[in-house]
Design a protein around this ligand. Structure first.
Ligand SMILES: [Zn+2]
Length: 206
C-alpha cells in the first residue's frame, strides 16, 4: 500500500496487528476514525489504555476482573465448593449466559499445547491444584473444548488431583465437538452443565 501520509501508514500498521484485521480493514477503520469527531478516537484510546493498565486477574479464580476478588467469587449466593475449569473469560461469559450454573470457576488462561510451546507451567494449573488440596473444592467440572489440547489438559489436571477427596465431572460431550465452548448455544450449553457426567466415564467413552 502506498500512503500519502506517514501518520496514516503508522496507524494502519498498528491496527493491522490485531487478529483478523488485514491492511485493507485497518485502513477502513482508520479512515472511519478520521471522519469521526476527534474525541471519539480519544475515548477509544483511553478505554484501551485504562483496560491495559488497570485490569486485574481475580486472585481466586483468575478471571479478568476490576477487583482483587471477582464478582462471582465474592457472591455469597454461589456454591463455593463447585468449581468449573475453563480456558478463558469467554467461556465464563458463555456459561454465565445460561443462568444454569451457580458454582465458581477456575480460569486456566489457555490449554496445554506443546506445538505452541504452552506447558502446564504457563497456565493456572498449580493454583487450581492448590485450591483442590486446600479442601475447598468438592466437585471439579471440566469444561474445556473437546479438542486434543482440551483433552490433554483435562487429563493432566485429573492426574494431578488424583487421590484428593474431590469429584470430577465433565460437561456432556458432543456439544462442542469441532468448535469452541463459546459457540455452543445457551440452551445446549446450559443443559450439558446440568447433565454433566463423571469424568472417568468420559475417558472410557473416548
Ligand atoms: Zn474470581
Amino acid at each position: 500500500m502506498d500512503f500519502s501520509s506517514k501518520l496514516l501508514e503508522n496507524a494502519v500498521e498498528e491496527m493491522s496487528q490485531l487478529p483478523g484485521i488485514g491492511k485493507r480493514t485497518a485502513l477502513r477503520l482508520v479512515l472511519h476514525l478520521l471522519k469521526q469527531p476527534e474525541n471519539q478516537t480519544e475515548k477509544l484510546v483511553s478505554a484501551l489504555h485504562n483496560m491495559r493498565s488497570d485490569v486485574k486477574f481475580c486472585k481466586k479464580c483468575f478471571n479478568i476482573s476490576d477487583t482483587d476478588i471477582c464478582e462471582i467469587c465474592a457472591n455469597p449466593k454461589r456454591e463455593e465448593n463447585v468449581v468449573c475449569v475453563v480456558e478463558d473469560i469467554r467461556d465464563v461469559m458463555a456459561i454465565e449466559a445460561t443462568s444454569q450454573y451457580k458454582g465458581l470457576y477456575h480460569v486456566l488462561g489457555g490449554k496445554i499445547s506443546p506445538i505452541d510451546g504452552i506447558g502446564p507451567g504457563d497456565l493456572q494449573i498449580h493454583s487450581l491444584v492448590e485450591r483442590v488440596k486446600s479442601g475447598e473444592v468438592k466437585e471439579l467440572i471440566f469444561a474445556l473444548s473437546s479438542t486434543m489440547e482440551g483433552d490433554t489438559t483435562n487429563f493432566y489436571i485429573y492426574k494431578q488431583i488424583e487421590g484428593f477427596a474431590v469429584e470430577t465431572s465433565t460437561i456432556a460431550r458432543g456439544i462442542a465437538v469441532g468448535g469452541e465452548l463459546e459457540y455452543a448455544d445457551e440452551v445446549t450449553l446450559g443443559r450439558s452443565i446440568v447433565n454433566r457426567i463423571p469424568f472417568e466415564k468420559s475417558l472410557k467413552n473416548s
